[in-house]
Design a protein around this ligand. Structure first.
Ligand code: CDP
Ligand code: MG
Length: 155
């Protein structure tokens, strides 16, 4: 905040519209949710929560593209099954914009493990297991920027 009460020190993924900080995040509807025919319900929820969907595409990731996306987890025991799963069917990749988009989208999704996620969250509603948990969301501004650029070239 500066002395006029406006937040300063903008990062590249933030712009001021009025006094509202608009942030971008990357969201994915994972293969389990696409197979369940709940794309529409999830997108409707995204819009109801006040996000603007500014990019959207359906893709079928290769194993290599899924491995690249989750490279941060390459040493985890779940890396190989996760990247098999993420390349097992079509996904929807979206660029979402909203005030506090990154943390707000993670709140709407709920905890990684659907069994631990709050009632009403997308993972609680549509997730099947800690791996097949219906949706993805970036976890911080630098990862959001990296993930957005992995799928969308944003000027
Ligand atoms: O997606 P989120 O940021 O909540 O969790 P993560 O710890 O970054 O893990 C990435 C993804 O790996 C999760 O969304 C799950 O699909 C999967 N995962 C898994 O299969 N088994 C785990 N024990 C943890 C995560
Ligand atoms: Mg994560």
């Amino acid at each position: 905040m500066n002395s006029s009460g406006y937040r300063t020190g903008l990062q590249e993924d933030k712009t001021i519209k009025g006094a509202v900080m608009i942030e971008k995040t990357l969201a994915i509807i994972k293969p389990d949710a696409v197979k369940k025919n709940v794309i529409g319900e999830i997108i409707q929820r995204i819009e109801k929560e006040g996000f603007k969907i500014t990019e959207l595409k359906m893709l079928h990731l290769s194993k290599e593209k899924a491995e690249g996306f989750y490279i941060i987890h390459k040493d985890k025991p779940f890396y190989n099954p996760l990247t098999d799963f993420m390349s097992s069917g079509k996904i929807i990749v979206m660029l979402l914009e909203r005030e506090d988009a990154i943390s707000f989208w993670r709140k709407v999704m709920g905890a990684t493990d659907p069994a631990m996620a709050e009632p009403g969250t997308l993972r609680r509603k549509f997730g099947f297991s800690i791996e097949r948990n219906a949706t993805h969301g970036s976890d911080a501004p630098p990862t959001a920027e990296w993930e957005i650029n992995y799928f969308f070239k944003v000027k």
